[in-house]
Design a protein around this ligand. Structure first.
Ligand SMILES: Cc1cc2nc3c(=O)[nH]c(=O)nc-3n(C[C@H](O)[C@H](O)[C@H](O)COP(=O)(O)OP(=O)(O)OC[C@H]3O[C@@H](n4cnc5c(N)ncnc54)[C@H](O)[C@@H]3O)c2cc1C
Length: 501
């Protein structure tokens, strides 16, 4: 009976993988007349746009303000007490339904650096934990299986107040955003009498989008739940890179782009774009197209400083509407002790007390970190707060709070010595708060030849974070190829609608 149901769900959800477009096989692949493209921002969206266009013969210049590529998936080194250490923007999970990003990672040779994580684990305040390993993989049935983990109980299933939970299984972009974009998760949870454990799971889920529950758009959360849990058989299990991002991923992208002739300009912040009859001037050079792939924090000053773009009122209105989410913090510490619990996965969510949302055990996960740990007999931990409380502003106070909460979950490590630390307190993650959907900009803009890409851009397909960034860059590249009469690249997605939509 269950097998039949599994088959039916698989068929209803189109084998969990759908094509986003149908490339026209009769169109040429390569450009025959030279065209120049400026890609501004070297995060995953920019890398995607630059790579896809350069492969087809476009002359691409990639401008990046920092001295490394990758943006939020970037890595760099720093000196501390005579050692050169690697650090990243923060731990990243590569989910199996990141179809387009994973295809690209295969192409550039980075895919083999992915290793699976054992469990999606939440450590609870009372010392217990909630794991998602060995959960029924079929979407829909996996939700019922959550009952065994105490996420909800039998009463939830029969209670009339639970009816709204069906909306989680009914993702449909237009309807879901119309109905839920103005409701936040906190309001939804209260209205539906959401059980405590279920709330906890959703709270950590909302925070993975860098948002407090009372700000997070319920529509974005339903989209996220569809994308991560209810549209594929891989559920919440994922892979991670086995070494620092620069070596295991970004170097591969740079080599690929260089091989296809991309001019990569690092340390090159673009300060203005000038619209010309023939195209756009960026950094004194004329380009036929621009793909704007900055983060939300940096797009507005760039547009404000570009008078020739200001006459486009709907473009400007949508850009002005973009805003960063709450402040977040990432503290990486190199210590003289580590936990003695071999069964723990590399990455753990915590039931936040005040600030700490997750702990990564780098000494277990990355090769370079494991080598440091073996040499120094110490650990490398990364502590994240995805949405800092408003009253926690001072760097020292944030670090102290994160450490106190770390010791709450690992009391045996109290008294450890920190040998090195790297602290980031940032405010550049896109907000997925209530009421932002309608004005969110799309890839195509009213300015002919100018496209937008990034994890913050509105797309028809349900996707988020790194997969959203990569896919948006590829969609922008496809739009330019279409303009030039070239064959688009095939892009894929999880099914666009939920099981009961
Ligand atoms: C701590 C943390 C943990 C995360 N964990 C995960 C995870 O587990 N899984 C997941 O899928 N995603 C995760 N994410 C999200 C993921 O990193 C992002 O969604 C993705 O990397 C965004 O890529 P992007 O290209 O859209 O933007 P960005 O990476 O922000 O890239 C924008 C680039 O534009 C550059 N730029 C800005 N202005 C200019 C200018 N004027 N001129 C030139 N360059 C400019 C910036 O320097 C930057 O390199 C995490 C993010 C953070 C911060």
């Amino acid at each position: 009976m269950k097998n039949l149901l599994r088959q039916k769900i698989r068929s209803k959800l189109k084998n969990y993988r759908v094509a986003l477009n149908t490339p026209n096989e009769t169109q040429p692949l390569k450009l025959s007349t030279p065209k120049r493209v400026a890609v501004i921002g070297g995060g995953l969206a920019g890398i995607s746009a630059a790579s896809n266009l350069a492969e087809r013969g476009f002359e691409v210049t990639l401008y990046e303000k920092d001295n490394f590529l990758g943006g939020k998936a970037g890595a760099w080194t720093f000196e501390s007490h005579g050692e050169t250490l690697n650090v990243e923007h923060g731990f990243h999970a590569f989910f199996r339904q990141y179809y387009n990003l994973r295809t690209f990672m295969k192409k550039v040779g980075a895919f083999e650096n992915l290793i699976p994580i054992d469990d999606y684990l939440i450590l609870l305040e009372d010392g217990n934990s909630l794991g998602f390993k060995d959960l029924e993989p079929t979407p829909g049935l996996n939700v019922l299986d959550l009952r065994k983990r105490g996420v909800f109980n039998f009463l939830t299933l029969i209670s009339p107040f639970s009816m709204p939970f069906l909306h989680l299984l009914r993702y449909d972009r237009e309807k879901t955003f119309k109905q839920f974009d103005n409701e936040n998760f906190e309001q939804y949870a209260r209205r539906t009498f959401m059980p405590k454990r279920m709330r906890l799971v959703f709270n950590s889920f909302a925070r993975a989008f860098f948002s407090e529950p009372e700000k997070m758009s319920m529509a974005e959360l339903i989209k996220g739940f569809h994308f991560y849990f209810l549209s594929n058989e891989d559920g919440l299990l994922y892979d991670v890179l086995n070494d620092d991002f620069q070596h295991s991923f970004i170097d591969h992208c740079e080599r690929h782009m260089a091989a296809h002739g991309v001019t990569i300009k690092k340390n090159k912040p673009v300060t203005d774009i000038v619209r010309k009859p023939q195209g756009f001037t960026v950094d004194g050079e004329l380009h036929n197209y621009v793909v704007l792939c900055t983060d939300v924090k940096h797009i507005r000053p760039l547009i404000n400083n570009s008078p020739t773009l200001q006459q486009y009122s709907s473009f400007n209105k949508s850009v002005v509407g973009l805003k960063p989410s709450d402040r977040y913090a990432v503290l990486r510490i190199w210590t003289d002790k580590y936990e003695q619990q071999p069964d723990l996965p590399f990455f753990i969510f915590t039931d936040r007390l005040k600030a700490l949302d997750s702990i990564t055990l780098y000494h277990k996960m990355e090769k370079t970190s494991a080598a440091w740990s073996a040499k120094h007999n110490g650990g490398i931990f990364e502590l994240h707060s995805y949405a800092l409380p408003a009253d926690l502003k001072d760097d020292e106070a944030i670090k102290q709070t994160l450490m106190e909460e770390f010791f709450h979950y690992f009391p045996e490590l109290k008294g450890l010595q920190i040998r090195h630390e790297f602290f980031q307190h940032r405010h550049d993650f896109p907000a997925f708060h209530t009421g932002l959907y309608n004005s969110r900009p799309t890839i195509n803009t009213e300015i002919a030849g100018l496209y937008l890409a990034g994890d913050w851009v509105k797309m028809d397909n349900p996707t988020m974070l790194m997969e959203a960034a990569y896919t948006s860059g590829s969609l922008a590249a496809n739009a330019i190829m279409q303009k030039e009469g070239l064959r688009e690249n095939l892009l894929e997605s999880v099914p666009l609608k939920g099981i009961f939509a």
